[in-house]
Every structure is written in C-alpha cells, then in structure tokens.
Design a protein around this ligand. Sequence first.
Ligand SMILES: Cc1ncc(COP(=O)(O)O)c(C=O)c1O
Length: 443
Amino acid sequence: MSGAILSNSLTAQEIVDLTKRHTLFEWSSQAAIDPIPVAGAKGSYFWTPDGRRFLDFNSQLMCVNAGHGDPRIVEAIQRQAATLAYANPFMATEPRARLGAKLAEITPGDIDAFFFTNGGAEANENAMKLARLYTGRHKILARYRSYHGATAGSMTLTGDPRRWANEPGIPGVVHVLDPYHGIQRGWDDTPTALAAIEEVIQLEGPQTIAGFILETVTGTNGVLIPPDGYLQGIRELCTRYGIQMICDEVMCGFGRTGRWFAVDHWNVVPDILTMAKGLTSAYVPLGAVGMRRQIAEHFRDRVFAGGLTYNSHPLACAAALATIAVYEEDKLIQRAAELGGVMQGLLADLAAAHPSVGAARSIGLFGLVELVRDRTTRQPLAPFNGTSPEMAALGREFRARGLYTFVRWNTFFTNPPLSISEAELREGFGIIDAALSVVDAML
Ligand SMILES: Cc1ncc(COP(=O)(O)O)c(C=O)c1O
C-alpha cells in the first residue's frame, strides 16, 4: 500500500479504500459512505480513474457555477501562485484591491465593503459579528428551513436537523418559521408569513435583535423561492425595527438564479450579504461578507474584532476575479436566466409524466423536485430528515445511468453549471425521466 501512496496512479479502488480508512466524510456514518472516486473534470462532466463519466447536475455542491476546468481560471491561479501565493491579511495586495472594487460594482445598492473568509460558514459568523457590533444588540433571528454552515455560530443559525447533534450552540439565536411548511401544508401567503415574524420580533423585544439572517432563495432545504412581497416585507420590518437584514447568498449568489444575486429579483438591498461557492466557482476556497456603507463607516474609528490567517488570500482573490471575468465574458448570468426557462419546461414535463412528482420548482438554474407517494394525500416519498427504499433506488438509478446530483429526503436537485449546453441539460433530464419511471413502478 505504501508504494501505492507514493505513486501517482492509484486505482479507483485504492483511492476509495485509502480515503475511507484515513479521512472522515462529513454528515455521514463512515460505513454508509460509498464515494465516487474522481480523477478529473471538464465543463459539465467529471470522471473516475477507470473512465466512468458523470454529468454533474449539482455543480458538485452547488458551487462550480462556471463549469469544470476553465483554463482562464486555472491560469489566473497559476499566475498568482508564481507571483505571490500569500501575504498576511494586514497587507494590501493587487488581487484583494481589485476584488473588493469588482464586488462593489456587482453587489446591490450601497454594499461596497467586504471582509474575506475561507468559505460560507465563516462569512456568516462574521456577518453575525458585524450586526452585533454595529447595533450593540445581541439576538439573531434565523429560519428553521435553512443551512448556514457548520462552525459553532453558523451551525446555531442553521435551522435544519444538521443542528441537532451540535447543540447547545451559541446563545442569542431565535428561530422563526418559514413561509413554506412542507409539501402537504404548502405556503403561507405573504401577509400571514410577515405577521408571524413581526409577532416574534415583538415577543423577543425589537431592541434586543441585531440581525435577521435568511437565505434569499433557500438551498438544500428545498429551493424555496420567496412569495411575492415577502422579501420586501422582511426588508421593511428590519428597517422599522433597526434590525440588520443579512442575506445568505452562499448558494444562490453568482448567477445561480439568473441574476448576479437572488435579491436582485426583488430589488431588495440587504444590510449584509454573504457569499462563497460561486464566488470562485470553488476552484479555490473563498467566502466574503459584503456590507452597506454605513456599517463599513462604523468601523472607521472602532475595532473590527475579527480575523483569519487566510483572510483575503491572494490565490483565492485571483481565482474570484478570473471567475467573475468568465461569468461576464461568457454572459453566464444571462445564460442561467435563459436556460432557466428551458429547465422550467423540462421540470413541467417531468411533473406531467410521473405521478411521483408532487412539486417541481426552479429559478434560473436552481431547481428541485419533491416526490410524493400519492398525489392526493401528497405524502412525501421519504419522511422529514429521512429516506425510503424508493428515494434510495432513485439515487442508485442516477448513479448507474451516469448522472450526479443531490438526493435529500423526498427531494432531488437540478443545479448544473451555468455553462451547461442545452443539449447536456436535455441529456440530464432524459436520465431523470428514465430513473423516475423506475420509482413510479415501485409505487
Ligand atoms: C446557504 C448556505 N450558507 C452557508 C453555507 C456554508 O458554506 P461552507 O460550507 O462554505 O462553510 C452553505 C453550504 O452549503 C450554504 O448552502
């Protein structure tokens, strides 16, 4: 085995065996994990060392928005590595300077100052810190159907069951209900949803609440697109009560929904905007917290009590600049909006063809299907936080047919790279159609 470790050509099985023996996989019991060994990737596909090819219908973890192996991003990273791989965060570097200015240009309203992190969880940690220091208040409102990251504070913000095993978390986080209540109960109308939140604000004491964090379009908890007026209503409540509105766009930012940022669909400017994933298309880890001018001004004469060794890492900043240039050069944001229309049609076709499809929704290239056991009762095909033989079979069918995507509870995702061609998109839906026929036959 030691020879295998030193050589450059492990077999697929050696990669899986060594990885499982010596590294820990996240959110899983280790015995249950059956990882796909990945050797390379290009465009919308990745492949195994023994040559099995997969269509990447989830952009890995909803992050490789620009597609795999783009030489423009690779070269920018190589160039930066050869010039200046690292400078500490008290220094100013050209990629850091350029990236701050570029983000100020593409983020909404007067958001024009950024604190860089290693990823999304740290971005949310620092968003919370900014809101607390800026307001002098301590509570943070967050929603139940959410994921904000796995560090202590972000895990506490997270509303979904990934939080449970990590409790107790940090003090001061209050969860509120979402406008969506699952496939059987469905959606609240906007006035009802907003009234429920205002009630919590009153009950908690508005003067104690520093911020309200929400995923603009909720990601892993169901591609939940806010009903008309909801986001504007949250903005209005936050303004009225002096609460900082924090939009987590770690997953839905950078073109995923067909706009640079999902808030752009509703013309809402949050006080704080967090991002990661699509910021570099995951070529190098990077997250960021954007803040409105008044928050940045607050820290002119006051200390910002936060830091990271890899804050503003030059390699990551260079990768982000190159990634954003690719989005612009290839018009990938507009492309996501246009292909999003095609995807909406393909999702509607699935719903028409398969009785197991209970709901299908998408915005841009951010899509999800909820499966049900029966269209009349709308009983989900797997329970909340659980799985079922049918959902497991669906996952196996996707894998056997060369499609990679996320299958979670009673849902699966359709989140390809924004660079995907229409033919590849249709190829993916063809595989989904065949796999769903297997599920239908089980019911
Ligand atoms: C909406 C959202 N926020 C935060 C995070 C955490 O980001 P990271 O895993 O980079 O820490 C994620 C990760 O999936 C996410 O989807």
